[in-house]
Ligand binder design. Structure first.
Ligand code: ZN
Length: 82
């Protein structure tokens, strides 16, 4: 009987743990995201976050007006390496 109790506790703890986990979803989700202006670090243009091209750079999300700027940014960051 103790095994059943332990299993139940484990399940409960797992559920609580999952519920408490911060939901970090990639930027695929379009719904419910408030539109705000973000700055393109390449051409300095302001674009809506929902329309921006998003790239991750060392754990920081960068927003670009288009794939061309994203490419330029990645190119300038990578430098001569790789
Ligand atoms: Zn741009």
């Amino acid at each position: 009987m103790r095994v059943v109790l332990i299993l139940l506790w484990g399940l409960l703890l797992a559920m609580v743990f999952l519920a408490l986990l911060p939901r970090r979803r990639p930027e695929n989700r379009r719904r419910g995201v408030p539109d705000e202006l973000v700055k393109d670090p390449v051409c300095q243009a302001y674009i809506l976050r929902s329309r921006a091209v998003v790239r991750e750079d060392n754990g920081v999300l960068r927003h670009f007006c288009g794939p061309e700027c994203a490419r330029q940014f990645a190119h300038s960051r990578s430098g001569s390496r790789g």
